[in-house]
Design a protein around this ligand. Sequence first.
Ligand code: HEM
Length: 147
Amino acid sequence: GKDKELIRDSWESLGKNKVPHGIVMFTRLFELDPTLLSLFNYKTKCGVVPECLSNPEFLEHVTKVMLVIEAAVNHLDDLDSLEDFLLNLGKKHQTVGVKTQSFAVVGEALLYMLQCSLGTGYTAALRQAWLNMYTIVVAAMTRGWAK
Ligand code: HEM
């Protein structure tokens, strides 16, 4: 319905520039929670945000995140088909020390990126549509956390 249309239309331009949009998102994420920087234990340490953003491994992760979002956008009609993938992705994030509560902050950063890039296109309905999809993705990832 309407939600899917809003998401697909807005992703059309965003998806063509994944890294710059992902950088806006992660810059916001680290503003909201700077402690998350320390979870990126790459060969070249992400000590501070500017260093981090020029680290190829970090930029790869930004791309990975955007590709997962794109997979969700492409599977809006059958998000269930991503369940196993997202559960395993959740497991991986538990291993690297991410707490499930941090996904709420990631969600805020995602909405911030959408607001920055869509301008007046960022409506209440669009925000809610994205939040609904993101909530489903995060719920599936969270099922990967071992009890
Ligand atoms: C892998 C951290 C959020 C997608 C990783 C890795 C780290 C990490 C340290 C392993 C190293 C690497 O592959 O670069 C974080 C932190 C997050 C976060 C601190 C925020 C709290 C997300 C989100 C998504 C995502 C929201 C997608 C929705 C991925 C993918 C991988 C990955 C696809 C590769 C998994 C694999 O190798 O099988 N993440 N991540 N990450 N992350 Fe994240």
